[in-house]
Design a protein around this ligand. Structure first.
Ligand code: PLP
Length: 852
């Protein structure tokens, strides 16, 4: 905590205006206008990024009561300084650097050990497990979820409280050269773990060595004492030696010199036994409750830390046995009775609750918001203080009903008149008299009376500590699923959006295509993410798609590419903007709106489609004189938002000459249009492939489609995109077929001379799984291995050969497409394109949205 008046001594910058309260204290750091639970003592940093500018939120924040601001420069304040009477405003060259410097100053006040974790994989899991394993000995402050970025790290470190915590554990992740040194200054670690060096290509670095060097910069400074690392990675070993980092190494190789030797001595049913020998010759055996390699590596890192701390081996084993897998993701699920569930049932501390409430606040979906909350754990605060903080977080997320489950939170249900003065006063009730509350001592008590219809059409956040077993509540409220789901990773979607955004010059607008159910991914969720990420425009093919988005609460401008002329009135009602591609449509538009009384409700803006070579829809260049004449006559009744064209071969270098002719024709036609109208319009021509291949033709806006969904149609940037959708199903049954038996309809799964194991999967062509994948053309991933299709794809099922995957069993997951099974490859196998596979996934397949 700092006094606002101390900022000039801590940060390079100057005071623009002193706060009305000269003693104002900085208690919270704020980056997002949607997070204001506790405006008093909140200091807002106006960060700038490629896609947003925090200065824009200042008026809204001021209105909500925020009074302390760190900004770029005075002239960036919307409305000028005079609009913020009584606020403290401090100007700095870089608000991000100031955020980091303030967190670094805060960190310096903590005298205890701070452990920093970096590496390519496993950071979050190692952090979570270590926190679980050390929690009996320490009061730990750790980064929430995977808060490991330039912004996430300072926010995490700010939570360190010298009066409360005895240990800090923070993770650090980087994507560019230069970033780690800044994180090191914020964390100032005394110890570190380097998890591993992955083999994945990393866009921001020239080589593996450079990436490793960069990451190891975390472990520097006079305070740094010890790096835990695995000596079995030669590059890591060499770099640690060369940089002379003080290390504590472990190995699984008998002859590798290290401080700690591990050897596997057996495994059974999901667990493995390990022999551990320390440098002084002491030997112990541990049973790890995991058998998969990534989990084993992660837990061996933790074991190294515990052994180095000389925790008793029997005690270590006791704690290991209780270690549980980390599910860090917030999942969004369709509930029964049209409800919508945000499932976050893993941990429940204040930081995690605050993140989950943010996710809820970002949902534009209408409907009452209910929070089902267990006792909040690990806060180290008194019950009264804790629940006062919980209560303060609720209004910003729009919560109107709270269901509290647990002995402690139930105390809040005691009516205030029954409370004595110093009781954990029912702050919750008094602060929010509007809030409906219900309390239950246990999850069982809640389930016993649960009626899912009570949650009809609501948005429900389910947030509970693990021991409350809230997954049972989720199961009771969730809509039925058959074994096939399409999992859409919203973080990957954001990542891809940023990738395309970085290709654009500042000021170029971004329209995102959410037609065809957002390429199969789910239009509402994708659109709501895009609204949050501040895309400029959405586009759909038909009016119905646009109407559905409006009814779900999406407010971005929406272009409708192929509206039926008789839907023009509906378009106006729903503020949808038609694309006009023919004189018939233009006349119909004029007929509908020319007589409209502009003052009550303006006619929708239009987008003029010009055909420059696609030969599909649009005005030809030969139509131009007649079109211009119409525009001149009806200028007042034709509010033109944009002029557009579509390229026929943006992704095919062989046709680049043709593409350039299309672009030249577009330039000519658009210029003539603007002259006739007498005002400039937004000009746009490029789809995903075009954005990457024709940077000179971005004009005023681009139209991003398949690239957002993780498929690089240009073939140039595949590594930079993340896979967004995973279609997966389950094995319903496995049969062992003797030699000579056929499989499926028409006996098309022909007999073989050897025995084989055939798995039946719960997906068929009615789910959108293409029949052409039958008879060996397609394959799926089971336990990481490829299994070919056998016989024809049926309506609801298909069969694969798993003879070479001996441990495959009924209930196993089969990945149909996704990370390890890329869409372009699968599409190539049946002579189609990724677009078709994505958009074919039928609506009966449940969409599950995840976010880290
Ligand atoms: C679908 C579509 C796009 C996006 O194309 P992608 O290849 O998916 O990027 C752009 N413009 C128009 C007119 C479209 O119909």
């Amino acid at each position: 905590m700092f006094a606002f008046s101390s900022l000039p001594g801590l940060l390079a910058g100057h005071l623009l205006q002193a706060p009305a309260d000269p003693a104002a204290e900085v208690r919270h750091l704020l980056l997002d206008s949607r997070r204001v639970g506790l405006p008093a003592g909140a200091l807002f940093f106006a960060l700038r990024g490629p896609s947003h500018d925090g200065h824009r939120y200042l008026p809204a924040l001021y209105a909500q009561g925020v009074r302390l601001f760190v900004v770029g420069e005075a002239h960036e304040l919307p409305g000028g300084l005079a609009s913020y009477p009584g606020a403290g405003v401090f100007a700095v060259p870089s608000p991000l650097a100031a955020l980091q410097a303030l967190a670094a100053a805060h960190r310096t006040a903590f005298a205890g050990p701070v452990l920093a974790i970096t590496g390519s994989n496993g950071k979050t899991i190692v952090k979570e497990w270590l926190a679980q394993l050390l929690s009996p000995d320490e009061t730990i402050c750790r980064s929430p979820r995977s808060y490991n970025s330039q912004v996430g790290v300072p926010l995490s470190v700010w939570e360190l409280n010298p009066a409360l915590h005895t240990l800090g554990i923070f993770e650090a992740g980087i994507s560019e050269v230069g970033e780690m040194a800044r994180l090191a200054q914020v964390i100032q670690p005394t110890e570190g773990i380097f998890t591993n060096l992955g083999t994945a290509h990393d866009a921001g670095f020239v080589s593996h060595e450079q990436k490793l060097r960069e990451k190891l910069q975390l472990f520097q400074g006079p305070q740094f004492q010890r790096l835990f690392y695995c000596a079995d990675q030669p590059l890591v070993r060499a770099a640690v030696a060369e940089l002379q980092l003080p290390g504590f190494s472990w190995t699984r190789q008998p002859n590798q010199p290290a401080d700690l030797h591990f050897a596997a001595v057996g495994s059974s049913d999901g667990s493995t036994r390990w022999h551990a020998r320390t440098a002084d010759g002491a030997a112990h055996e541990f049973n790890l409750p995991f058998a998969d390699e990534p989990s084993v590596e992660n837990v061996l890192h933790c074991l190294a830390v515990l052994l180095h701390r000389a925790v008793e081996p029997a005690e270590i084993q006791r704690r290991l046995t209780r270690l549980h897998p980390v599910a860090m993701r917030l999942e969004m699920k369709l509930g029964r009775h049209d409800s919508y569930l945000l499932d976050d049932t893993y941990n429940n501390d204040l930081a995690g609750l605050s993140l989950a409430l943010n996710a809820l606040a970002r949902q534009p979906r209408p409907g009452r918001r209910t929070l089902i909350l267990s006792d909040v754990l690990e806060s180290g605060l008194s019950s009264a203080k804790l629940y006062a903080q919980v209560a303060a977080l609720l209004p910003a997320a729009g919560i109107s009903r709270l269901i509290g489950i647990g002995e402690e939170i139930s105390q809040l249900g005691v009516r205030s008149e029954e409370l004595s003065e110093n009781e954990p006063a029912s702050q919750l009730l008094t602060l929010n008299s509007q809030l409906l509350t219900e309390f239950f001592p246990t999850t069982e008590a809640f389930l016993a009376q649960l009626n899912p219809a009570d949650f009809a059409r609501e948005v429900v956040l389910i947030k509970g500590a693990r021991r409350f077993g809230f997954e049972r509540i989720v199961a009771a409220l969730q809509a039925q699923q058959h074994g096939t789901v399409l999992e859409v990773n919203l973080d990957a979607l954001s990542h891809n959006l940023q990738h395309y955004r970085r290709q654009l010059r500042p000021g170029t607008r971004l329209m995102v295509m959410v037609k065809a159910f957002a390429y199969g991914a789910g239009s509402y969720e994708v659109a709501s993410l895009l609204e949050f990420q501040r895309a400029d425009y959405l586009a759909v093919a038909y009016a119905d798609e646009g109407i559905a988005l409006r009814e779900a609460g999406i407010s971005l401008p929406i272009m409708v590419m192929n509206p039926a002329p008789d839907s023009f009135d509906l378009l106006r009602h729903y503020r949808l903007e038609p694309e006009i591609y023919s004189f018939e449509m233009l006349d119909e538009y004029l007929a509908t709106f020319r007589t409209l009384d502009e003052t009550t409700s303006p006619a929708p803006k239009i987008h003029l489609k010009l055909d420059t070579g696609m030969r599909r829809l649009g005005f030809d260049e030969a139509d131009l004189p007649a079109l211009l004449a119409r525009l001149r006559t009806h200028t007042a009744h034709l509010p033109v938002a944009s002029a557009m064209t579509h390229l026929a071969a943006a992704d095919e270098p062989a046709h680049d000459d043709f593409t350039q002719q299309q672009l030249a024709a577009f330039r000519r036609m658009a210029t003539a249009l603007e002259e006739a109208l007498g005002y400039p319009v937004i000009k746009h021509a490029l789809n995903s492939a075009g954005i990457l291949r024709f940077p000179d033709a971005h004009f005023d806006m681009v139209r991003l489609g398949i690239g957002l969904y993780g498929v690089d149609a240009s073939g140039r940037d595949t590594d930079a995109l993340r896979s967004v959708s995973e279609l997966r199903t389950t094995i319903s049954q496995i049969k062992t077929l003797p030699a000579g038996h056929t499989v499926g309809y028409g006996r098309r799964g022909v007999a073989t001379e050897t025995e084989r194991r055939i798995a039946t999967l719960a997906i068929g062509y009615a789910d959108g799984y293409d029949r052409r994948f039958g008879n060996g053309a397609g394959l799926v991933l089971i336990r990481g291995q490829r299994a070919p299709l056998v016989g024809s794809v049926c309506m609801d099922m298909c069969m694969v050969d798993v003879s070479h995957i001996p441990d495959a069993q009924a209930g196993d997951v089969a990945v149909v497409f996704g990370e390890g099974l890329p869409l372009p490859e699968l599409a190539g196998r049946i002579g189609t394109i990724a677009y078709e596979l994505l958009t074919n996934v039928s609506e009966r397949v449940k969409r599950v949205f995840v976010s880290e």
